[in-house]
Design a protein around this ligand. Structure first.
Ligand code: C2E
Ligand code: CA
Length: 832
């Protein structure tokens, strides 16, 4: 109910009560007032009436005359009754009172005054009446007057007056109520509006300003508003904490988000400290971390420039903490100044107070301390609590950065090395041979490529087991290393196949090195557990740049073909190329090129789909689209022709066709899942790629967010910045990215440093290693998993060929799986 209404109703009730009380009290009070007035009046009247009667009697009036007289009085409204002695004797009470007071006024009849006048014997009476004494009561005269009319009149007047007053009072109450309530409601409305419009906590507490304008003049309500103001003030204090909390959340967001943060964490921390400084006046923040026993630098971030003594004092404090907590004493300090144009005042330096936090993470074993220095006086308790929270997140963030860096180093190592032998892996081999070709061209010299295969290695593996086989391969690597010069590059190409790049070596030099290798193997054995001496021979193919081929792929094909020839001719052989060999290889290359070109011309490029399963739910999550060429006899897998298509510069066109066919098919089948497409990173130089892609998804109504591009590194991109821009541009449209064959090759590691990807596909070779319980492959996969998890990247394991592999990847927490065991590539999507 509105205040004005409430007030009016209350006033009305009060008035009614007043009128009620008045109506009850009024008659009593009024009759009392009139009584005195009437008393005198009736006394005079009685005397006059008595005298009139007395004189009349003296003149000889009869009873009738007296009656006439009384009647005339009755007309005036005065009733006169005469009582004789007999009557009085019957009413002794009345007689007694009258003989005492001589007169009496009674009000025992409603609205009537009854005046009794005593008729006493006077001297003149004794003349006629005998046997009485002077003063004896002879009779009484009663004079009655009604005052009803007066009562009615006065009551009317008073009630009328009260009604007027009431009306006036009610109007006044209403107006006052209305004005007061307007004051209150206006301010409340303003407050309500401010509260409703505030989107942030800070805006909300600023609504407090609305309270300033409220002054109702009603002490209690004003006091209530004062209390509200106090609540708001308290909230304001808490808001500072909230801001700090938000900052803390920001800190945590950063860690999940970017690999950039990991690379440039000092830069980001500096910015964060700037933000913290705006809320809490801190002077210095430091971080110290170590991994295993290795001591890391102490980074000290100063808000302003410190004096030398102050710097030393802080360094000593940190040293003391480090010794106490982690028994570290050799520390290397790096100082960073955030606002380097300002310096600390002496007073500020003296009033410094330190707060530190420390942590130890288990795997890898990383420990650290973060600390903050601030002036104690300026810090509210709430802020102090918030500061602790910040320290904790800072500690976690930097701790995680260090942990990720450690995993990153591992991943980087395995990306370039074969984990078993420590030699370069095949991907790095392709990069290095490319580099060697460019160098040889520039300085105009020759180099040789040697492909080596261990004869009957499968037999060793089958007879003595994988562990022995692995040990044997490590020995092979050692012999190869011992057989070549320092600058020669050895890589494990796969299985039992090795390659060696021999810079500046011509065919003769290469041949003599090959002979040395063969001899070293002939002199070598490894004792098996049953004591038998296990020996091997090797077959070697050699090709020379630029004599036999002008590109890395052709050079490799020639050397590989010669190796095949050596094996066919009876193993333990070295084969160098003859003109016929070169022609044979070139013929093969020409055939493949023809296959690719004619497939393109005759529209024989078709998509195959291989399912990718969600490991947890066992359901198909996506399909990878793989390219196939259909011939009259056969369907040719991508592995056979992709490299040729890339060399011919046709892969972009083929990818375009394949994508259109796949999307059209997906539409036809109403496929609603995800599609993975392989993309050569070289497409970034094709101007119209993005435009065509956008047209395609529009045409076939396929949302970009369900397309994931797998970037491979068969052809390394020199300008990573260009690739980064290209990927960011597509990501803005919603397309997702995946790094293919992750973990094997330098580029994949480079990619992840430069842009954000949603998925990585772990290199199939490592996944296959899980089947053989290879400890090394497992370690690599585990390190990739730890790395991806810390960056929030989802993983796909490829080459899942057995239930055992599936079980292991499930146990390792890899989210998705693909492979022959789960589903081979097919020309159809099985509808789900
Ligand atoms: P990738 O992307 O690493 O593809 C995986 C290859 O492994 C495919 O061979 C696939 O058929 C095969 N594979 C699938 N499951 C298993 C398994 O359990 N065990 C083994 N050993 N292999 C399995 P494919 O189709 O011959 O492709 C070879 C490579 O050609 C692909 O390697 C990819 O890099 C490239 N490629 C395929 N399709 C396209 C395409 O449309 N465009 C481009 N640019 N490249 C493509
Ligand atoms: Ca792929």
């Amino acid at each position: 109910m509105k205040l004005s209404h409430k007030l009016v109703i209350s006033a009305l009730i009060a008035h009614l009560i007043l009128i009620g009380i008045f109506s009850i009290i009024f008659p009593f009070y009024f009759s009392r007032c009139l009584k005195t007035h009437y008393f005198g009046h009736l006394r005079e009247k009685s005397k006059v009436i008595f005298l009139a009667i007395y004189e009349g009697l003296k003149k000889g009036w009869t009873g009738k005359d007296i009656e006439e007289l009384l009647k005339s009085y009755k007309k005036e409204g005065i009733k006169v009754t005469i009582y004789n002695l007999k009557f009085l004797q019957k009413h002794p009470d009345l007689a007694k009172k009258l003989s005492l007071r001589k007169e009496l006024m009674l009000t025992n009849k409603p609205y009537i005054f009854r005046y009794f006048y005593a008729l006493s014997a006077q001297s003149r009476c004794l003349k006629c009446h005998s046997g009485i004494n002077r003063g004896d009561l002879l009779g009484a005269l009663e004079v009655d007057v009604s005052y009803f009319k007066e009562v009615v009149f006065v009551r009317k007047v008073v009630l009328f007056f009260l009604a007027i007053v009431a009306l006036f009072l009610l109007i006044e109450t209403y107006v006052i109520g209305y004005l007061q309530s307007k004051k209150i409601t206006d301010s409340l409305l303003k407050l309500k509006e401010d509260i409703e419009n505030s989107r942030t906590f800070t805006e909300l507490i600023l609504a407090e300003r609305a309270l300033d304008t409220i002054k109702t003049g009603i002490t209690e309500i004003d006091a209530l508003y004062e209390e509200w103001k106090r609540i708001f003030e308290k909230l304001k204090d808490l808001a500072v904490d909230k801001e700090i909390l938000q900052l803390e959340i920001k800190l945590l967001e950063k860690i999940i988000l970017t690999s950039e943060f990991i690379r440039d964490w000092k830069f980001y921390i500096k910015n964060l400290i700037k933000q913290i400084y705006e809320i809490v006046e801190i002077s210095v923040v430091f971080t110290l971390f170590f991994i295993e026993k290795e001591v890391y630098d102490v980074e000290v971030f100063w808000i302003k420039k410190p004096s030398d003594e102050f710097k030393k004092y802080v360094e000593d404090t940190i040293r003391y903490e480090a010794r106490k907590k982690f028994e570290l004493s050799v520390l290397n300090f790096n100082h960073h100044i955030i606002y380097d144009r300002e310096s600390f005042k002496k007073k500020e330096e003296e009033g410094l107070y330190f707060k530190t936090k420390s942590i130890i993470l288990e795997t890898p074993r990383i420990g650290g301390i973060t600390g903050v220095g601030y002036s104690y006086d300026e810090l509210l308790t709430t802020k102090e609590v918030a500061l602790e929270a910040i320290l904790t997140s800072l500690l976690n963030v930097i701790g995680s950065v260090k942990a990720i860096n450690k995993h990153m180093k591992e991943v980087e190592y395995y990306a370039t090395r074969d984990p078993l032998t420590g030699l370069y892996n095949h991907r790095v081999f392709w990069e290095l041979i490319q580099y060697e070709i460019e160098r040889a061209k520039r300085y105009n010299y020759k180099f040789s490529l040697m492909v080596i295969d261990i004869d009957n290695f499968k037999l060793i593996n089958d007879t003595y087991g994988h562990t022995f086989g692995d040990k044997f391969l490590q020995e092979v690597a050692r012999i190869l290393k011992d057989s070549v010069r320092k600058g020669d590059i050895i890589a494990r190409y796969g299985g039992d196949e090795f390659v060696i790049i021999l810079p500046m070596a011509n065919q003769e030099q290469a041949y003599s090195i090959a002979l040395r290798i063969r001899d070293n193997f002939n002199n070598f054995y490894l004792a098996a557990s049953d004591g038998r001496r296990v020996r091997v021979t090797v077959s070697i193919g050699i090709a020379v740049f630029p004599d036999h081929a002008k590109t890395a792929k052709e050079l490799f094909m020639i050397a590989d073909t010669l190796l095949f020839k050596a094996k066919k001719e009876g193993k333990n052989r070295i084969v160098v190329s003859s003109p016929e060999d070169i022609i044979a290889v070139q013929k093969e290359i020409a055939e493949m090129n023809f296959l690719v070109q004619s497939a393109l011309a005759e529209n024989r490029i078709i998509p195959y789909f291989q399912p990718i399963f969600d490991v947890k739910t066992n359901e198909v999550f996506a399909y990878e689209v793989l390219m196939r060429i259909e011939t009259d006899e056969d369907t040719i897998p991508a592995a056979k022709f992709i490299a040729h298509a890339e060399t011919l510069g046709l892969i972009y066109k083929m990818d375009q066709i394949l994508m259109e066919k796949a999307l059209s098919y997906a539409k036809e089948k109403s496929y609603k899942g995800y599609l993975f497409f392989n993309l050569s990173p070289k497409v970034i130089i094709v101007q119209e790629f993005v435009t065509n892609l956008l047209e395609l998804v529009k045409k076939y109504d396929f949302p970009p967010s369900r397309i994931i591009f797998e970037i491979t590194e068969r052809e390394t991109v020199r300008n990573i910045k260009l690739l980064e821009d290209f990927i960011r541009r597509l990501q803005a449209y919603g397309f997702k990215f995946c790094i293919d064959d992750f973990g094997a090759g330098f580029a994949s590691y480079q990619y992840i440093k430069h842009f954000f990807v949603d998925f990585v596909k772990i290199e199939g070779e490592f996944i296959l290693g899980l089947e053989k319980d290879s400890r090394i492959d497992r370690a690599v996969v585990e390190s990739v998993v730890a790395f991806c998890k810390s960056l929030g990247i989802k993983m796909v394991a490829e080459f899942v060929e057995t239930q055992k592999i599936l079980d292991i990847i499930k146990e390792l927490g890899i989210e998705y799986a693909q492979g022959y065991y789960l589903g081979k590539p097919k020309s159809e999507i099985l509808n789900n």
